[in-house]
Write a protein that binds this ligand. Structure first.
Ligand code: IMP
Length: 198
C-alpha cells in the first residue's frame, strides 16, 4: 500500500489527515510512526516556502509520499503580523491567552472594518519521484473585540466570522473543517495525490 508521511509533530494534525484520506488506498503515518526525525529551521519568508522546507527535509529520507504544512494568522492592520511567526509570536512558550490579549490590545480603538484578518495554510506534497506540489488556502474573518469560545486552539478565540456570527473557537471541529484554511488545503492536497496516483 502507498505510504504517506505527514511531516508534523502535532498528533491532532495527523489525526485530521488520516481521517480526510481514509477512503484513499494509502497508509498515513506520522513521523514518529515512520521512525523519521528532523529538526527543520523554518527559514522561509512565506508559508509556502516553510511548508516546502519541512516536506523536503523528510522527503530526503524516504521514498514515501510526504505532506507538510505551515499555517498562521495574518492581521491586516498589523501589516499581516504575526504571519509566519504565529507560533513564535511573543515567544514560543507564551500562552495564547497572552498572545491573543496582545493582539486585542494592539487593535484597541480600531473599527471593525479595519480588523480584517485571515488564517492561512500552505501545504506541500512531495511524490516518490520528488515532484513538488503546493496549495495555499485561507479562511477570511476579523479580529473580534474580546475573546470568545473554548474549542479549537491558538488564535481561534479572537478570530470571528461574520457569516457565522461567532469566533472559530465557538464552532465544532466538523463545522470549522468544512470552511477552514487547513480543511481546504487538505481537500486540495487529496485531489493532487489522487491525480498523481492515477
Ligand atoms: P504551524 O504548526 O507551524 O503551522 O503553526 C501554526 C500556528 O498558527 C499555530 O501555532 C497557531 O498559532 C496558528 N494557527 C494556525 N491555524 C490555526 C487555527 O486554525 N486556529 C488557531 N490558530 C491557528
Amino acid at each position: 500500500m502507498t505510504k504517506i508521511i505527514f511531516a508534523t509533530g502535532n498528533a491532532n494534525k495527523v489525526k485530521e489527515v488520516k481521517k480526510m484520506l481514509e477512503n484513499l488506498d494509502v497508509e498515513v503515518l506520522s513521523m514518529k510512526e515512520a521512525n523519521i526525525s528532523t529538526d527543520v529551521e523554518e527559514t522561509g519568508t512565506t508559508f509556502e516556502e516553510n511548508a516546502i522546507l519541512k516536506a523536503k527535509a523528510i522527503a530526503n529520507k524516504t521514498d514515501a509520499i510526504v505532506i507538510a504544512d505551515d499555517s498562521g494568522l495574518e492581521v491586516d492592520y498589523l501589516n499581516k503580523e504575526p504571519g509566519i511567526y504565529s507560533s513564535r509570536y511573543l515567544g514560543e512558550d507564551t500562552s495564547y491567552t497572552i498572545k491573543n490579549q496582545a493582539i486585542l490590545d494592539r487593535l484597541d480603538g480600531v473599527a471593525k472594518e479595519q480588523r480584517t484578518a485571515r488564517f492561512v495554510c500552505a501545504m506541500a506534497v512531495i511524490m516518490p519521484n520528488k515532484k513538488v506540489f503546493t496549495t495555499v488556502q485561507t479562511m477570511e474573518g476579523y479580529i473580534g473585540f474580546e475573546s470568545a469560545g473554548k474549542n479549537g486552539f491558538g488564535y481561534d478565540p479572537i478570530f470571528f466570522l461574520d457569516k457565522y456570527g461567532c469566533s472559530s473557537a465557538e464552532m465544532s471541529m466538523e463545522e470549522k473543517n468544512k470552511i477552514s484554511h487547513r480543511g481546504k488545503a487538505l481537500r486540495t492536497t487529496k485531489k493532487i495525490i489522487e491525480d498523481q496516483l492515477k
